[in-house]
Structures are given as structure tokens and as C-alpha cells.
Design a protein around this ligand. Sequence first.
Ligand code: RIB
Length: 315
Amino acid sequence: MGAPPHRVLVVGSVNVDLVTHVPRFPAPGETVGGGDFSVHPGGKGANQAVAAARLGVPTMLIAAVGHDDHARLALRHLTAAGVDTSAVHAVEAPTGVAQILVDASGENLIAIAAGANHHLHPPDVAARVAARVGPGDVLVSNLEVTTEVVAAAFESARRVGARTVLNPAPAARVDAEVLAACDVLVPNEHEAALLAPGGAPALLTEIGGAVIETLGARGARLLRTGQPEVRQPAFHARVVDTTGAGDAFVGGLAATLARGAGLVEAVRAAAAVGALAVEGFGAQTSFPDAQELRSRLDEHEDGAAGGAGVWRTPR
Ligand code: RIB
């Protein structure tokens, strides 16, 4: 028996995704009909937590929801996936909602009403993290909560020797102090360019540690100070819906790091989790378990297959 894995703690958002499938996206002012409608659990924080928990790693979500039916739906799915929701608090604001259009190619457009996600208070989050985080745990956050909340969570986590992972999505500018508190930054190309004019290499210079840039159909690249860049090709996937694929990548990365793997192995596992996540509709509902991940990794011992059908990281 090896040592038990460290835990993943996610400080992030909970949304309910209202998804309409359309043959093509409408232009501004245009109406496009003929789409199916479905409701899915979502939110980048909840998605990242579910992705980690589905892989069998003890995972906790620190978040805010409303006193409403959307909260009940979200919490039911989180609990079913094995996420510890004891640090998800109800506040006097509606649970976050994402209006999502998915076109025939699986691409999406998303508009968000943050609601309760913007009612997290930095000192309260810091206390909730401090009460639960331990050395070697992996604390994950994203930008669907405020950067003040991210900063407070990262400070608490680093104080006890936990590692911090920031997915700077949706794309936004972030203070240098927050970036400096990241051990691992996971932007896509657009987010990296917004954070530093020189993109991922410039970000690495700024924060030290590691930057993992997701590159859509070209996979991902790992940059570490003083070490050669490592390229991870994209895994083959039958793309149905890319919603939550980036979150699956981040959750898979955090879970693999919590199990004690190094960054190169964790990036490979993350790429496989992201590929599996695009093969079903919705975000959390399509995330793989450990057995499904193992099978996909075994199919591609040498890395991954390129070419048509590779999954694309959401821009
Ligand atoms: O990354 C996908 C997620 O972004 C969706 O689940 C939606 O809730 C939005 O937050």
C-alpha cells in the first residue's frame, strides 16, 4: 500500500448550464431555431472538482450557491461524483447560470450570470482553505470567482506548503501578485497573450514555477524555468461538445499531481481527460473515471494521435 494521495481543493464557481443545440450560431440580432434544450451542472470550479473526483482523488469544493433549485441540482451532481461539498455555502444571491449555445461541430458560445459566485468573501475563503488544506495538497482556482478570492485562497494554501494551480479562465487581466502566487498556471493561447504580451514564455519569466499552455488541436506545452519545453500532442477524440473540456484538463492535471506524479505525466493525463470530455454532451456528465482514463492512455502509449478529430481547447 502506498501513501494515500494528497487532496485536491477547488476554490471556484458553481453554475447551472442552460444548453441549446443549434445548427449554427446566430449572428447579432438574428434568431436561429430548431435546437434541442437541456440543463446540465456546470461552472468552471464545479467542473474542475468533478473531473478530479471522478479520477478517485479526494476532492473538496469551496464555493457559493443560492437558496434555489439550481443549487440543489448542482449539489446533487457534485455529491454523486464524490466531491466533498461541506465548504459550499448558500448565500443571498441566485446560483450562477451559464447560457450556452452548442453548434453542429461541438463548438460553444457562453454567457454567464455570476450570481452567488461573486458573493464569496476573501477572508472567509482564506479561513475555509486554512481549515482544510494540508502540505502537498493541490489548490485549484479560476477566474469565475474574483481575483481577490483567488489571492486569499492561494495565500492560505502556500502557507502550509500546498501547491497552487490557476486556470486564468475566462480570459481576464490578473494582478502580478496573484500570478506570482501560482505554482502552475494553465492558460490557453488567448489567455496567455492577454496576461503577458509575450505569451506563455513571458508568463514563465514573470511567475517562475511552471506554465502549461493548452494549444487546441496542437495539444499542450509545458514550460518550466531552466528546463526544455515539453510538447504534449492532442489525443484523438470524437468531438460532440467541447463545453468543459478545458476544465476537465485542469481537474485531470490536479488529480494526477495530487497522486504524486510529476508535471510531464500530469500534462499527458490531463490531455487524455480533456479528449474524453469532448465525446459526450454537457460538461461534468462527460468526464471520465480512472478506468476510462487508463484505457485512453494505454491506447496511445507513445503520446497521442494527431490529425482529424483531435479535441480543440476552448478558445
Ligand atoms: O468551462 C465550461 C463552463 O464555463 C460551463 O460549465 C459554464 O458553466 C461556464 O462556467
